[in-house]
Design a binder for this molecule. Structure first.
Ligand SMILES: [Zn+2]
Length: 373
């Protein structure tokens, strides 16, 4: 993504030595001026307001930090974000760029994260904002986020034309002088038990031992739209923070997907590869585990991810944070999906530990099928 897009391709004319020398001096002066300008711009990069329109990836910040550190303490994360907001990518790996990854509001207060870059060929018209919990914070169609009641939720910015392009921002709404909202969001590290996943009171959901099932045999209603579960995201942050201490970068690529998002994705794959092939790697709408809000695809959705150090670490440690590698190698005929080393499912530590030890996949453990009717 970091391309040399700033090169000049002006045509050159033949010139005399003197002119050349003069031009070199002039060029040096111009370069010195530009360097000064860049330094000044960098110093003021945080002070802009309003949405910056951009022509796509050109707006990728030129300053890069090689290893973004994620910490398990939300208070520290917040501080780190405010100071380095324009320098680091959010944990989300999307071509959408936001100027921050968290926002803290009082009840009734409104703030708007700035979009500092769009995926190629997309612009403001593609923005689709949604709140994971509108009882905590609402968001309008241009990204104004308003605190409703104390708590933590996630606001997602997704592209209307390509729902795989999404970026998430954590919203903390503070109560009157209380810091409870941030403290109850403390992720559990592997020194503590990862909490149980939530149980929804929605018709048409299948639970086994408190675990929401979504596979080719068990679908979810189209209206079921929980958003990315805060507990799933918090545990993921703890996991990602632990990995970064080992010098590894595990980031969120894709989280919650609605029925409608999946409809678009699946139809596109069917167009490209045909239904039979598409069914081996993409879920039909209503059958995607991403619709549970308890799933995260990390890093790159690519077979090559499987041979990275990150994938090896994830396979060894995901259960400590309550996650399982949902579609393991060699279980394709049981899970109904090809090996996906990047797709982790939050099930809480009890079940995650059991499955890690036994080597079973979810279908084996519950003795269920994963086949389309
Ligand atoms: Zn996935």
């Amino acid at each position: 993504m970091d391309n040399n897009r700033y090169e000049s391709h002006r045509p050159r004319k033949r010139v005399s030595r003197k002119t050349l020398r003069n031009r070199r001096l002039a060029a040096l002066a111009v370069i010195a001026f530009l360097v000064l300008l860049l330094v000044l711009l960098a110093a003021h990069a945080c002070s802009g307001d309003g949405k910056k329109k951009s022509g796509g990836k050109n707006s990728t910040p030129t300053t890069t930090i090689t290893t973004p550190t994620t910490t398990t303490d939300p208070a520290i994360t917040t501080t780190a974000v405010t100071t380095t907001a324009t320098l680091t990518d959010p944990v989300n790996k999307s071509d959408f760029k936001l100027d921050r990854q968290t926002i803290i509001l009082e009840v009734g207060e409104t703030d708007m994260p700035r979009v500092t870059g769009y995926p190629d060929g997309m612009g403001e018209a593609d923005e689709r904002w949604s709140s994971g919990d509108a009882t905590i914070a609402t968001v309008d169609n241009i990204g104004n986020i308003t605190g409703i009641k104390p708590g933590v939720c996630y606001v997602t910015l997704r592209s209307a034309s390509d729902p795989t392009q999404e970026v998430m921002i954590k919203v903390t709404v503070r109560g009157d002088g209380s810091t409870e909202a941030t403290s109850n969001a403390t992720p559990q590290s592997n020194t503590a038990e990862a909490p149980e996943p939530p149980v929804y009171d929605t018709e048409g959901l299948t639970y086994m031992e408190g675990v929401l099932i979504a596979n080719k045999s068990y679908s979810l209603p189209a209206t079921f739209e929980p958003g990315l579960e805060p507990i799933c995201y918090q545990q993921f942050q703890a996991l990602s923070g632990a990995a970064s201490k080992e010098g590894l970068s595990i980031y969120l690529n894709s989280g919650f997907r609605s029925y409608h998002d999946q409809e678009i994705i699946y139809e596109n794959y069917v167009k490209e590869d045909g239904k039979d092939k598409a069914d081996t790697y993409s879920a039909r709408p209503g059958f995607s585990e991403h619709q549970t809000g308890l799933v995260i695809d990390v890093n790159t959705v690519d077979d090559a991810f499987g041979s990275t150090r990150e994938a090896a670490w994830l396979a060894e440690h995901a259960h400590e944070y309550g996650f399982i590698i949902r579609y393991p190698q060699g279980k394709e005929s049981i899970t109904g999906y090809q090996y996906e080393p990047w797709h982790i499912r939050y099930v809480g530590s009890k079940l995650a530990n059991k499955l890690y030890k036994s080597g079973q996949c979810l279908e084996e453990y519950f003795n269920i099928k994963s086949e389309y009717n």
